[in-house]
Design a protein around this ligand. Structure first.
Ligand SMILES: [Zn+2]
Length: 316
């Protein structure tokens, strides 16, 4: 199991760090959308071997997902990710009948046209280890969850509804409830929350990271998972063990604030300044939550409100 988890972590990291074209702060959605589309075709059994053709079905699926996540000037040009994914080192392209990959890791001058890809009956092949994970129903589902959490956290419900369309006879509820097993879910949540906050405590700013595994800072759910089943990154905070402990016991809370959309810290009326251990927690009062770079990852308002409510009601 340990080896399996290491492999999973390795590939999760690769998929979290897809090389993407940037326009300002907007990252193009093409590659993650292509991967979600391929996962969809695997679910349907349309792809059975490590041979992913540039097919009408893939193009149609890509367009459906793309419509759900596109921003103003994104164009549904599937030929780009189909070709440029080779630059990520786990995807090779072949023309029908050729033994050798079409290009060395994305070395063509630009993406070929759709017509050319179809004419040459080009197909893609995954790294064999990644393919082994994609072939497996459970890890494939985990990859889908992770891709959505990383790239399209605000579109989770729309994307889940699309997944359902591909699965006859199943309603949206049952698929939404189909959460991946806890270890993989926790690993994905932890990784993304820590990266969003750059391994820094959102209360005191402490950062201690020797590697992505060896870090003092922890990923905390703002609304506890057992209450909200909410693994969205905007229900997460990176906290040092002290502040995680204090938040879990309703001694401190990130709360909504008019001036700070990222929230401010409030402290429990139970704390007293004459007791030395509590002074540090009291000093947090009114300080803004350390804000992530991207606004879409700011703590959700409903999560902050939940904490505020419980700060004053939990006296035990
Ligand atoms: Zn801290």
């Amino acid at each position: 199991m340990a080896v399996g988890e290491q492999i999973w972590e390795h590939w999760l990291e690769r998929l979290y760090n897809l090389r993407r074209d940037k326009r300002g702060s907007h990252e193009r959605p093409h590659k993650p959308v292509l991967l979600l589309s391929i996962i969809d075709l695997l679910d349907r059994g349309s792809i059975k071997n490590n041979v992913v053709p540039f097919s009408d079905e893939l193009m149609a699926t890509f367009r459906r997902y793309f419509e759900a996540v596109r921003s103003a000037n994104d164009k549904p040009t599937i030929e780009n990710p189909f070709y440029f994914l080779s630059g990520d080192g786990f995807w090779d392209l072949f023309a029908q009948g050729d033994r050798n990959p079409l290009y060395e890791k994305g070395q063509a001058a630009g993406a070929p046209s759709q017509a050319w890809l179809r004419q040459r009956q080009v197909w893609g092949r995954f790294d064999p280890v990644l393919w082994g994970l994609l072939k497996d129903d459970v890890s494939r589902h985990q990859f889908r969850e992770a891709l959505i959490a990383r790239y399209f956290p605000e579109k989770r419900d729309e994307l889940a509804a699309l997944v359902v369309q591909g699965k006859a006879g199943r309603d949206a509820e049952s698929v939404l409830k189909e959460l991946p097993p806890a270890p993989a879910r926790d690993a994905a949540f932890r990784r993304i929350v820590l990266e969003i906050y750059d391994y820094t405590c959102a209360a005191c700013g402490l950062r201690l990271k020797l590697s992505s595994e060896l870090t003092l800072v922890e990923a905390a759910h703002i609304i506890p998972f057992s209450v909200g089943f909410n693994d969205k990154p905007n229900n997460g905070l990176a906290l040092c063990p002290n502040h995680h402990w204090a938040m879990d016991r309703y001694l401190i809370a990130p709360c909504p604030d008019r001036k700070h959309p990222e929230g401010i810290w409030k402290v429990s009326p139970r704390l007293e300044s004459r007791r030395s251990g509590e002074r540090d927690l009291l000093a947090l009062s009114g300080r803004p939550v350390l804000r992530p770079e991207e606004e879409k990852f700011f703590p959700a308002r409903e999560s902050l409100s939940w904490r505020e409510e419980h700060l004053f009601t939990q006296y035990s």
